[in-house]
Design a binder for this molecule. Sequence first.
Ligand code: NAG
Length: 341
Amino acid sequence: MRKPKVNRMVLAMCLWCFIMVIFYFHSNPKPASAQGSGRSSGQGKSGRSPLQMLYDSDQLEQSAVQVTHQGRRELLEDACRSYTRKRRVLIPEDLKHIIVDDQHGLLYCYVPKVACTNWKRVLMVLTGAAGPHRDPLAIPANEAHVPGNLRTLSEYSTSQINQRLRSYLKFVFVREPFERLVSAYRNKFTRSYNTAFHKRYGTKIIRQHRPDPQAEALERGDDVSFEEFVYYLVDPATQREEPFNEHWERVHTLCHPCLIHYDVVGKYETLEQDSRYVLQLAGVKGQVTFPTSAKSTRTTGDMAAQFFHSISPFYQKKLYNLYHMDFLLFNYSTPEYLKFR
Ligand SMILES: *[C@@H]1O[C@H](CO)[C@@H](O)[C@H](O)[C@H]1NC(C)=O
């Protein structure tokens, strides 16, 4: 009885995806196309969009920063070509992590644990969502994460999406995958105030991955070990049940870097320079500065090494396989501390 309806829905969705993809792939915003039209368009220097700024400047003598970013783009493209087989189509669900700044022509894919709070704050200042605030740090962290303060690309119509993917500067910030993972673990499972995560994920992890759990641990879910967290991640049942939480989901899955051509791949390791570069391209260097924080609790490579010490080579390898694409796409080498090497 219900089958025809389902079929119709599937058909409608396919058709819709198809339209969307054609538009985007047809006009791959590669330097080649921007180079051809950049000069002759006759736009004044100040009237240029961040995307034009980026690819126009590519023609001139390149600064070290530009060379670095071009290298990252090329490496990403090569890795996508080598390691992804088929090009899946984009659906609006895929664009939930991409924040839109229509005033400046920016698309930012936010990745939790990679300075995303500060980038959201900066974008709130830029889009006017912060009201009179000009200082990003004046915006409380929880305010930056309120859905609705910033618009995501998934909220737009297909033609609006395509137009923005074509003409806006698309950027993402990434981080060494295991440092990011340890950072997520420390933040969500070792801080007593994160009760929502303890209840939502901690109780489940303990129930499924601790041999003889105490009643209290099952109830509170607040003492998950890094080892148990790893068991949870590599268990195929976990992702069959529901997608990973965004704090430990891979950048590859959150931001689709092989389907969306990012113009700037920023790195946490060079956060300040890369942020400055994006703001410079956006032409807002004088209006807002990216917050610099010297957080002493920041997760480092040494810290990640300590956490991985408790993980057997077998599970280290499984975990590495899980995050393999993020290592490959963003040029992170296999950590020295891993024991299966
Ligand atoms: C990739 O990483 C290596 C080692 O850290 C570095 O020497 C190289 O410049 C990087 N390549 C790109 C394109 O970023």
